[in-house]
Write a protein that binds this ligand. Sequence first.
Ligand code: 5AD
Ligand code: SF4
Length: 454
Amino acid sequence: MVLQTQEPILAAYTSKKVNIQTFGCQMNEYDTDKMMEVLRQENYIYTDDCKEADLIIVNTCSVREKAEQKVYSLLGRLRPLKERNPDLIIGVGGCVAQQEGTRILNRAHSVDLVFGTDNLFDLPGMLEEVHRGNRIVQTERKAHKQKVRNFIPDFAFENTSKPGLKSYIAITKGCNNFCSFCIVPTTRGLEVSRKPENIMEEAVALVAQGAKELCLLGQNVNSYKAGGVDFVELLVRLNEIEGLERIRFTSPHPKDFHEQLAEAIENLEHVCEHLHLPLQAGSDSVLDRMKRNYTLQEYLEKVEMLRRRLPQVAISTDIIVGFPGESDVDFERTVKAVETIRFDQIYAFKYSPRPGTPAVDYDGQLEESVKSDRLNRLLALQEKIVAQKHQQLMGEVLEVLVEGTYPRDIRSRSGRSRGHYPVVILNSDANIGDLVTVRITGTKKYSLEALSLQ
Ligand code: 5AD
Ligand code: SF4
């Protein structure tokens, strides 16, 4: 398909509208923010309404099949817009784009542009090509190439995050772990760490623009290492930033979670007492076939070590049910692990076979109904645990970062505790961004109610 060429001089002076639809993880949200920054310099302004957009970008996720299907069905729904407005440009970025490349152009005829996870800073050039009437695919992996040449690449980590009360900073990208179910090492490439000075500069700038909380992003944050600085040292440096109240990170890999990091969470004032530590399964044979490189016992010992230091720490996790060959006994081990550990939050997923990953070819692929039953059982168990945890928090004094007004009652405020619990403060006139000390006075299914003590 050839698009009409637009007048470049005219285009340069008229502001155009872009709509970005984001799927998947926080890394994708972060990439969307970066795309927006790049596009703002090209005179684009953001619109929530894809019907009025001149450019629509779908930032995709391929970590589970559902997310991938959603992308194609969205592209189908966007097609009539393109038929009505042939000048509309539709771009696809993110992990599906990285993986599928040209196949997307063949399958979705309304798409003009497909770009990979390392290519978003080339958007202006790519858009120019599209204006010249070409449909293009750019999925060249830059980070990896640069790594081979022994650079620590920073092009992919420009200081372009959206300033906000809570801001994200990518500190690593890619992953070297190759868990047998996971597509991330294929779509995002091998792990590279960003220079510490660059991270610090971005963090300081975000705080100066009003960020009170920073969340460090990476597929395996605790293997961060660059310029002689490891993850703990990076936390130490970030903790010093004047005006920064809270630091979170996601996610560390259990095999690399060690006492020094637990110590850092314990001792660094601004690092929140909250750890997301993906368990994935409670059976050693499943963990082994997942290539997770730890046993349940090792995981339990790490949790115990952390709780010994910090009894109030909140721990969340990811769990996959229905991994190939997961027997009833294996699944019971996961249930038992969840009962024993009593996580504060669980993200549970049905195993989704991802083409290109080893586990797709494993024997013992399970029926959808088995996966659904196991998922439902796990979620029901977790619901009970959360209700009990909420009860235990009654009367406790917690610190809440106020993020907004609770939609159903303008006199209340909503925010999160340091342990990442959603809290509604009743009858409060606190401002967004305030840190408020509260006492928990009630519990709801998904949140806690509280009164301010100030
Ligand atoms: N199927 C189901 N869940 C998956 N995850 C990653 N790959 C898959 C897959 N193929 C889950 C893991 C990971 C989280 C981000 O997504 O639990 O920790
Ligand atoms: Fe995927 Fe495993 Fe890397 Fe996490 S650690 S991104 S699950 S390969």
